[in-house]
Design a protein around this ligand. Structure first.
Ligand code: DGJ
Length: 638
């Protein structure tokens, strides 16, 4: 028996072999690839192996076929293990609107003894390549660094045991053949500990992805694993990024996140009414649309040693009342946003004094804080009520949900309740935009992304570092999700000088924000900022909805991101390397070969007309100088 799931442009085919003990991958690629013998089929014997070791199995083999059901977009396949009484249902779902296949597994204990599961992947997927793996690795302030390796044999594994996806690896992997070309991708919808591996075997490479941890499934209970998303592109890892972007747009709400000002870098914990209003007034003049007060607004919060858990505005910081303060910000024409870290608590807080048992009993503090056990019903209710109170007491349009403390104790109940609260925010407060943050980008996964509007990829806003972080981020995630701020120079992490235009163009590559102390900006700086904010507003629909092509990388000396809609193309370009010596020495302009254009159409930018073929093969010319290290080119199709 064979079934084919059809996505927008691909076919994903699985087969039930005659022995009916497991499901096998048959083929996965552009429509039509399913017509012919499977590229994964084992044509040889299985000396000193079991048949399952050599087969491209779709999940743990062994069991008895217990039935299945399929349409073009859904497949269910059930197996039962008579020995343990475990019934495993493999589930597949897709949609013609994108090229992603979603998979998860339901495990039911039909026996009468507890089942202890140490490993329970959401999916296995086998592709017929000698693998070149691309993944996103890093640390705090250096998230989403693109890394590649060839795996000639053995197993490669990335993951997190920290209770959150973590800074070290994004839950995302791309697999290609060693010479590049076709690309297959895996991305996990799980906001807790996780694991993705890739193992070379007789059929190619098998990647397995899922939640990490041990669970006990009691008789009669069903465990539903997180969803794994699988993607394919004929255009390599660059094309794969567009498949992910398209998919993320289908799960996003269709509205642009506003240009924001966030006061964290300007004031840190020294939040007080007067200073915030000064910043808000200047931000409004620059054309900013939303003012976000970050950490430091609530009682007891003078630094990071105290206050988390006590979600009431500090009257000492807002002597005129918090409501009146919010009204004053809004009177400037700005929406109002607020930072919260609902899952954490400082031992120095009223909440901890009243409920010390609500925190996981972890002996160590990180950033002087502990994590609340959100899996508990009372903690869940507390967090939900605290957020509900803030959102109903004040006209808050934007909530930045932070999480700065990894904890291996965080379990699936906690993660489920975190996702439930995000669902509740969306249902009960649909007009509130939610930003996901975890000390930068430590919780960027498809489950979070389906429930927030934007994410904060990193605390590092230094221009060159940020460009590299964003380059990696855009491999996996869409630009409408990528929050980015222009901050002061020299920055905290990356102090290398770059023009303010460079900083703006970097932050414009996703959702533009400003995080500098704009009180100290000169009139010229403010004027420049006003121009960039206005330009961004004109082109943000292209940045948020256009097809993305990553042209070069920050390591190349110059690079660009091309955003393409039918009638308008925006190219954001940056120079990171040496100058050519022009005009003292002979030389020529840097050229960016654009993609995805109509070769025969004309495109106009800055009064110059380019033929599509010229842009594609000769490239868009930009001449860099010491003062001109970034550019925004808007091409309109004639
Ligand atoms: C970590 C976040 O990543 C920052 O943007 C900021 O919100 C701080 N936490 C505040 O404590």
């Amino acid at each position: 028996m064979r079934w084919t799931l059809r996505t927008a442009t691909t076919s994903y085919t699985v087969e039930l072999p005659e022995h009916r003990r497991w499901l096998e991958s048959h083929s996965w690629g552009p429509h039509g690839v399913e017509h012919g013998p499977s590229p994964l089929a084992n044509l040889g014997g299985t000396p000193y192996l079991t048949e399952a070791d050599a087969a491209p199995v779709e999940h743990v083999p062994f069991g008895r076929w217990d039935g299945g059901d399929a349409t073009d977009t859904e497949l269910t396949a059930a197996f039962v293990d008579d020995l343990t009484g475990m019934r495993v249902v493999l589930r597949y779902r897709t949609d013609p609107a994108h090229d992603v296949v979603l998979r998860w597994v339901e495990i039911t204990n039909m026996g009468d003894a507890d089942l202890r599961l140490d490993r329970f992947d959401s999916a296995w997927v086998c592709v017929p390549v000698r693998p070149l793996l691309t993944f996103l690795a890093g640390s705090w302030a250096h998230e989403f660094q693109r890394r590649q390796l060839v795996l000639p044999a053995g197993r490669f594994e990335i993951g997190s045991t920290q209770g959150v996806p973590g800074h070290a690896f994004a839950p995302w992997l791309a697999v290609q053949d060693v010479d590049g070309g076709l690309a297959w991708g895996v991305s996990l919808a799980w906001a807790g500990s996780w694991r993705i591996d890739a193992e070379v075997g007789p059929s190619g490479v098998t990647s397995r992805a899922g939640r990490q941890g041990t669970v006990c499934v009691r008789p009669g209970e069903t465990l539903v694993t997180p969803t794994v998303a699988l993607a394919f592109s004929v255009d390599g890892v660059d094309g794969l990024s567009r498949v992910w972007h398209r998919y993320e747009r289908t799960i996003a709400r269709d509205r642009p996140t506003k240009v924001l000002y966030n006061s964290w870098e300007a004031t840190e914990f020294a939040v007080e009414e007067h200073g915030q209003l000064e910043l808000a007034a200047i931000a409004a003049d620059l054309g900013v649309e939303l003012f976000v007060v970050d950490d430091g607004w609530f009682t007891g919060r003078r630094d990071d040693t105290a206050g988390l858990g006590d979600w009431e505005p500090d009257p000492a910081k807002f002597p005129g009342g918090f409501g009146a303060f919010v009204d004053k910000v809004r009177a400037l024409g700005l929406d109002f946003g607020l930072w919260v870290e609902p899952e954490c608590v400082n031992p120095k807080s009223r909440l901890y004094a009243e409920h010390p048992d609500w925190a996981y009993p972890t002996p160590t503090l990180i950033r002087n804080q502990l994590v609340l056990n959100l899996g508990r019903a009372d903690v869940f209710e507390f967090v939900r009520a605290a957020l509900r109170r803030l959102l109903t007491d004040y006209p808050i349009s934007y909530l930045k949900w932070d999480m700065n403390r990894p904890d291996a104790a965080i379990d699936a109940d906690h993660v489920h309740n975190y996702l439930r609260i995000l669902d509740f925010l969306r249902a009960e407060h649909p007009d509130v935009t939610v930003e996901g943050c975890a000390s930068g980008g430590a919780r960027v996964d498809l489950a979070t992304i389906a429930r927030v509007d934007v994410v904060w990829p990193s605390d590092n806003t230094g221009p060159l570092d940020r460009l590299t972080i964003q380059h990696g981020f855009l491999h996996a995630h869409a630009p409408h999700l990528m929050s980015s701020w222009v901050t002061d120079s020299p920055g905290f992490f990356d102090v290398r000088p770059r023009s303010s235009a460079f900083r703006f163009v970097v932050a414009m590559a996703g959702v533009l924000g400003i995080g500098a102390d704009i009180r100290s900006w000169t009139p010229e700086q403010r004027l420049e900022a006003t121009r960039f904010v206005a330009l961004y507003k004109e082109i943000r629909h292209v940045i948020h909805h256009g097809e993305v092509h990553l042209i070069g990388s920050p390591a190349d000396g110059s690079c660009a991101v091309q955003y393409t809609t039918r009638d308008r193309i925006v190219v954001l370009a940056w120079h990171t390397g040496d100058l050519s010596g022009v005009p003292r020495l002979p030389g020529r302009a840097d050229r960016f070969r654009l993609r995805g254009l109509d070769d025969a159409a004309d495109y106009v930018a800055g009064g110059v007309t380019y033929r599509g073929a010229h842009l594609r093969y000769a490239g868009l010319p930009i001449t860099w100088t010491a003062d001109h290290d970034a550019d925004v080119i808007v091409l309109d199709r004639v």
